[in-house]
Design a protein around this ligand. Structure first.
Ligand SMILES: Cc1cc2nc3c(=O)[nH]c(=O)nc-3n(C[C@H](O)[C@H](O)[C@H](O)COP(=O)(O)OP(=O)(O)OC[C@H]3O[C@@H](n4cnc5c(N)ncnc54)[C@H](O)[C@@H]3O)c2cc1C
Length: 385
């Protein structure tokens, strides 16, 4: 077969769109394939017909980054409205502010500590018998002690990951998850915001280039790769190889939608830490667009469970078993010619949107420089291991 001069991109999510745009601007003909009937991958947003609310169809997405180039990039395609993520949690019939901050501590212990007093108090709660925490539970107990751990971490983590925090590595809770001031902004990043017309509109503008053709409802298979000069694949790594070494483990999410006339919970995200409540959180989507005004409201109850073959993979599990399988897939992938695996599914990593864009820009630039030098492109820009 004569190799097409076109470049194939599998997936019209952020990874595929950004790589496609960069290469299209450099003069390449781009053919994008997505199995879904819409662009934007898991960042997809759409207006609810009944209420007019902008829905985050695959779960809430808040844009946050420290990377000025990435921030400039997204602002090229969309006006970003100011948005700070302020998460609440319901525990034992009370509503608290997250991440755990001075307000949470004072409310939880019915105190009025100043910052230094709170720090000393929390240090006293910490379990100092744990010298080298190995599990998530030990790490949390060492940082914040039993009371805060049980109220804010234990149940939520069990529901989110479907296993005991004693079976998860300490590395998940890398640093002290407590602030000794009243800052309740969930993220630390310098640039934060929400796209005025949603992520799908933004990604549609990224894809809007005469050298880009988008084929929706089209599942791309490995056998088709040989027809293209190069393939950038943002689908699941195990799926590319027909699950030869078994399926990589993921958690999936179920969203139970309900509507409400007025304001259901007064905030965008309300977590539920107790195991007796089957869902992990309720998101009220109109609060993700606080500059808009809607009488009606759409909420999602979010349930987490193991991902089956027909489900959408959301969070990679990446424990010992999955890492072993992943090593087999990586060894297989590096033997492919003219295919680069990108994005959250192609590299089996959790990637925030800003990291996804950063990696996509770097991938496209590497491709252009390799092409100029007559060199070949690696299968991965960053090792998935
Ligand atoms: C619940 C949840 C909440 C999140 N919240 C945030 C947040 O608040 N802030 C943040 O920065 N990030 C967030 N993220 C991360 C964000 O979703 C990712 O950064 C982003 O989706 C990655 O884009 P991608 O293009 O790599 O993958 P995707 O968006 O998954 O796109 C991949 C596309 O490839 C298509 N595809 C797969 N296989 C094939 C095939 N064989 N043929 C054709 N098409 C195929 C799929 O249909 C999909 O459209 C969140 C992620 C999750 C799971």
């Amino acid at each position: 077969m004569r190799v097409n001069e076109k470049i194939a991109i599998v997936g019209a999510g952020l990874s595929g769109a950004v790589i496609g745009r960069e290469l299209a601007e450099a003069g390449h003909e781009i053919e994008i394939f997505d199995a879904r009937d819409h662009i934007a991958g898991n960042c997809h947003t759409e207006r609810d017909e009944e209420t007019g609310v902008m829905l985050h169809v695959y779960g809430p997405h808040i844009f946050h980054t420290d990377n000025a180039e990435v921030w400039d990039y997204v602002n090229r395609f969309q006006t970003f409205m100011p948005y700070k993520n302020r998460v609440k949690t319901t525990s034992n019939g009370q509503v608290y502010s997250l991440p755990i901050n001075l307000h949470t501590i004072n409310q939880f212990y019915s105190r009025n500590f100043r910052p230094d007093e709170a720090r000393t108090f929390i240090e006293e709660q910490a379990d100092k018998t744990i010298a080298e925490p190995k599990t998530f539970e030990e790490q949390a107990l060492r940082f914040v002690g039993k009371d805060l751990y049980e109220a804010f971490f234990k149940g939520y983590t069990e529901k989110q990951w479907g296993c005991s925090p004693t079976d998860l590595p300490a590395s998940i809770l890398k640093r002290l998850p407590v602030r000794f001031n009243y800052d309740d902004n969930y993220f630390f990043h310098k640039y934060q915001g929400m796209p005025e017309n949603g992520y799908t509109d933004m990604i549609g503008r990224i894809l809007d280039h005469p050298n880009i053709a988008v084929n929706l409802g089209t599942h791309f298979q490995r056998t088709e790769a040989t027809g293209f000069r190069h393939v950038f694949y943002s689908g699941p790594l195990d799926g590319y190889f027909d699950y030869e070494f078994g399926r990589l483990g993921y958690r999936t999410l179920d969203f139970e939608r309900f509507t409400y006339e007025g304001d259901y919970q007064g905030c965008a995200v309300m977590n539920y830490g107790e195991v007796s409540v089957p869902y992990t959180r309720i998101t009220e989507h109109k609060h993700f667009s606080p500059w808009e005004d809607h009488a009606g409201s759409v909420c999602y109850r979010e349930f987490s469970r193991a991902c089956g073959p027909e489900d959408i993979p959301y969070y990679p599990i990446r424990l010992v078993k999955e890492k072993e399988q992943l090593a087999d897939y990586v060894a297989r992938a590096v033997q492919e010619t003219a295919v680069t695996f990108v994005g959250r599914l192609g590299t089996y990593r959790y990637l925030d949107m800003d990291v996804t864009i950063r990696e996509a820009l770097d991938t496209a630039r590497l491709y252009l420089s390799k092409k100029d030098a007559g060199a070949s492109m690696p299968a991965f820009l960053h090792s998935p291991m």
